[in-house]
Write a protein that binds this ligand. Structure first.
Ligand code: DGL
Length: 404
């Protein structure tokens, strides 16, 4: 028995096909879902980029103590499963093999169609797996690069002429080839099940890769004695971009409102903070802190947070930089409480609460620049501190952020 949560990820909404099935099959399990909505679609990207994204997705999920990871993404499974398995000391499951096994169990004429993203089709993973399981099978593959962007934009309903026209064009060669089974090899595609089913007709059985992977995970957890003994679990949703858009479509898709809203993911990062203090013209007094923290994307910038340590003399303090266009607010809370506002060429009064009492200081910023993206970057802030109009020191922050 293992009550830890299961981590599930995809580039966006698609992995919810696995979540929906997991909630039905294993209602007691806690799930942590991550949708990389800031970078969807994954389907046209290179193997190197996909591996990098997938490593970051897993690093985020593993900031929770998980018992297993389900890669609910055909594209990541097709290109990166073996490497990710080697790199992680917990069970990592994908969608390719479970879908292939289910397809082989239902096909009668051994002609199996497979639709997926460009990267999945290019990798040949589905064909290799199908032929590895049954050398006599005939596989007809068709990449459908427009499906994911259309689904992410909510165009998955029957009667939508755009999606229906695109689907007809992609599916016609498969129907002409006479397949009797069609693997929906991208987890977004089960959202188009009704449209695809109508075009293909009743003679073609559709295989839902998300649901197939959920069934495989249940089997594996049961075999390892790792199922929970809880009756009712909960699902937490994280995304790398605006939660609102995801929440709306996720609720439609899961056919139930999310019990709690989606949260913006906090990216685990390594932060090096060099603080320099100049008094007159003597050499600067510098402290350098290397620590783990988080980077969060906000409406107009970033939120960078880390815990101070003994090294800076502020142990027990959480430092947060709120980085917006042309302005950075530094907040400290805990053993030291303060707020400083930096804007190049401007002065702001800040209040310091120290163990010895409150102190009001003027912060004059002479330089503020950063090139942060969600991948990390640099930030530099030069400022002087004045107490009652007397400059008491000049300071500089040099902060380097790197994604873990
Ligand atoms: N759901 C993903 C998959 O299964 C979609 C990839 C994408 O974002 O293009 O392949």
């Amino acid at each position: 028995m293992d009550n830890r949560p299961i981590g599930v990820f995809d580039s966006g909404l698609g992995g919810l096909t696995a979540v929906k099935a997991l909630r039905r099959l294993l209602p007691g399990e806690d799930l942590i879902y991550f949708g990389d909505t800031a970078r969807v679609p994954y389907g046209g990207r290179s193997r190197e980029t996909l591996l990098k994204y997938a490593r970051q997705d897993i690093a985020f999920l593993r900031s929770f103590d998980l018992k297993a990871v389900l890669i609910a993404c055909g594209t990541v499974t097709s290109t990166s499963l073996d490497t990710l398995r080697k790199e992680n000391d917990l069970p990592v499951l994908g969608v390719v093999e479970p879908s292939c096994r289910e397809a082989l169990a239902v096909t009668k004429n051994k002609k199996i169609g497979m639709i997926a993203t460009l990267a999945s089709a290019r990798s040949g993973a589905y064909e290799r797996t199908l032929k590895g399981l049954d050398a006599d099978v005939q596989v007809v593959s068709q990449p459908c690069p427009l499906f994911v962007p259309l689904v992410e934009n909510g165009r998955f309903r029957q009667g939508d002429v755009v999606i229906e026209t695109v689907a007809r064009e992609y599916l016609t060669p498969l129907i002409e080839a006479g397949v009797d089974t069609l693997i929906l090899g991208c987890t977004h595609y089960p959202l188009l099940k009704d449209i695809i089913g109508e075009i293909c007709g009743p003679g073609v059985t559709l295989i839902d890769s998300g649901a197939a992977s959920a069934r495989a995970l249940r089997q594996q957890l049961a075999a390892e004695g790792q199922l929970t003994d809880r009756q009712q679990g909960e699902t937490r949703f994280y995304v790398s971009d605006r939660p609102e858009d995801f929440e709306k479509l996720a609720a439609v898709f899961l056919e139930e409102p999310l019990s709690r809203g989606a949260e913006q993911e906090k990216l685990p990062v390594m932060i090096s903070v060099r603080g320099e203090q100049y008094f007159d013209d003597v050499d600067p007094n510098a402290t350098e802190l290397m620590t783990e923290g988080t980077l969060e994307q906000t409406e107009d910038g970033f939120l960078l947070s880390y815990q101070e340590t003994e090294l800076t003399g502020m142990e027990g303090t959480l430092t947060t930089f709120e980085i917006g266009p042309g302005r950075v607010i530094l907040r400290r809370s805990g053993s030291v409480n303060s707020q400083m506002v930096f804007e190049e060429g401007r002065q702001h009064t800040s209040l310091y609460e120290t163990p010895y009492g409150e102190l009001s200081v003027d912060i004059q910023t002479s330089r503020l620049l950063h090139n942060l993206t969600e991948r990390g970057g640099l930030m530099e802030i030069k400022y002087s501190i004045a107490v009652e109009h007397v400059v008491t020191g000049r300071n500089c922050f040099k902060i380097r952020v790197r994604r873990k």
